[in-house]
Design a protein around this ligand. Structure first.
Ligand code: GLC
Length: 474
């Protein structure tokens, strides 16, 4: 199959969250199954240094109401996948990817530029695979302006993957002037809503875990789009994300102080822990080490985590490493915590990939008490590195973290049900109890966690099947 994978970000060129990882991993895995998948994504400021290595494919004029702007297309191959970049310096030569007043223009441009790319190159995909709000308008614009151009445009099918339902690309109704064609499917609560448009118009929709697919049909998790999603229930699927085992493998990762696998994790993790804590100047190296590595967003459960951590640090119950950035409120919380408990806490703003790898390898517990979680990727990395996830039973976390059962020893981590700090405390106490007093059970859990294979190939095969289903639709 020929697939054009459309994404607002794609690792390693741009990344603000897990979407970027999936945007790199899924096309790579599908190509290994002999499909032809290309990625198309904007050429942001940080990517410009790579232009010298890219091929210029051509240009197109993008008409948006009375605006007209030029898109230049560049291509580069990375790990056997072709990345197509859409360049327009007015729109994308900026520090951030999203969060500007003219995002409606920036991303209407991108959505149209995707379709113009197809026209320019005559490289017609069987499936246009769009992701999240950033590319949610593509199915509508395809229907409204391109299908009638020729048979090949006419027969393209579309899939929308939802990685984040909270961010919807919701803009004032005047935005519709950019589209040239009016339609009620992009309107939601009197505004233009990119994600709702994708939900209503794509041939099929999927989220990134089975459990989240059911959750989003409820008011709590639906972020006001539960109604729209319910109306598409027949075409709604769940496919669990996979993890790129080439990148996240403690046996081969060059960043680690010591490589290890299931057979020697005890020594391996110990060396990583002692070395990393020395480097970070954390004194008591015998305490359990907990890590929080994620986007600092409300989604990630920080509102129940913040009132809990300090009492444990005061009593020296564990050491903590936090890595990430996001909302200023959460960044300053971790900064203060580091200043106050510098013997026990290390905080690094941003996403230092190498430090993160070391922290996964060194740590005992990976904390993610999410409010909601479409899938979650970092806890899967943690499991591979033998750091046990402590998570709330929501979204993909529920599908992937079997909780420890003290009677049978089964499990790969620790979980709790309600979004409640007291439940988090109980679960944290339970995990520390096992760590401190039942090392035998703890080590069995590590083995079980490391053994789980969230394979990319499995994910790619499920997408392959879904694409095929869509192509078989009338
Ligand atoms: C988003 C979600 C996360 C998911 C990722 C990739 O970042 O919040 O749960 O794993 O997308 O699909």
């Amino acid at each position: 199959m020929n697939i054009l994978f459309c994404s607002g970000e794609a690792y390693p060129f741009s990344k603000s969250g897990g979407l970027a990882d999936v945007a790199a991993a899924l096309p790579k895995a599908l190509n290994q199954l002999n499909h032809q998948v290309k990625i198309i994504t904007p050429l942001y400021q940080q990517i410009k240094v790579h232009i010298v290595d890219m091929t210029h494919l051509g240009q197109a004029t993008i008409k948006m109401g009375h605006y007209e702007k030029i898109a230049h297309y560049y291509a580069i191959d990375f790990e056997d996948v072709t990345y197509i970049f859409v360049e327009n310096d007015d729109l994308y030569d900026r520090i951030k990817y999203y969060g500007y007043e003219d995002d409606a223009i920036r991303f209407t441009f991108f959505n149209l530029a995707i379709l113009e790319y197809i026209k320019l190159t005559n490289d017609f995909p069987d499936i246009l695979h769009v992701n999240d709000w950033q590319t949610g308008m593509v199915p509508f614009l395809l229907d409204a302006k391109y299908r009638q151009l020729n048979k090949k445009f006419g027969s393209i099918k579309t899939l929308l993957s939802i990685h984040n339902l909270e961010k919807q690309g919701s803009y004032p109704i005047e935005t519709e002037k950019l589209f040239g064609n009016k339609n009620f499917t992009y309107i939601h609560l009197d505004r233009v809503n990119f994600l709702k448009c994708g939900i209503m118009r794509a041939n099929a929709i999927n989220t990134v875990s089975e459990n989240y697919t059911n959750e989003i049909l409820t008011r709590f998790y639906g972020f006001s789009l539960d109604g729209a999603l319910k109306s598409r229930r027949q075409d709604l699927y769940g496919i669990l994300n996979g993890l790129d085992q080439d990148i996240y493998n403690p046996l081969t990762n060059p960043s680690l102080y010591q490589n290890y696998d299931e057979s020697n994790f005890l020594e391996g993790k110990k060396i990583n822990k002692t070395s990393l804590l020395s480097e970070l100047k954390i004194k008591n190296k015998d305490l359990p080490l907990i890590i929080f590595i994620n986007r600092f967003a409300r989604q990630k459960g920080l509102d129940i985590l913040m009132p809990v951590l300090e009492q444990y640090l005061q009593n020296q119950r564990f050491n903590l490493i936090a890595i990430g950035s996001g909302d200023a409120l959460y960044e300053s919380y971790f900064k203060d915590l580091k200043d106050k408990y510098s013997d026990h806490v290390y905080y690094e703003k941003g996403f230092d990939v190498e430090l993160s790898q070391k922290a996964y390898a060194a740590s005992d517990i990976f904390m993610l008490p999410s409010l909601f979680e479409p899938c979650g990727l970092n806890h899967m990395i943690a499991m591979k590195y033998g750091s046990l996830p402590l998570v709330r039973e929501t979204g993909g976390l529920k599908d992937t973290v079997t909780p420890y059962n003290k009677f049978t020893g089964i499990g790969v981590g620790f979980t709790f049900k309600n979004y409640d700090a007291n439940e988090l405390i109980e679960t944290l106490d339970e995990s520390l109890e096992v760590y401190n007093h039942n090392q035998e059970a703890w080590q069995a859990l590590i083995k079980q966690a490391m053994h789980v294979n969230h394979s990319l190939e499995k994910m790619a095969k499920q997408y392959e099947e879904l694409y095929q289903n869509i192509l078989n639709q009338k």
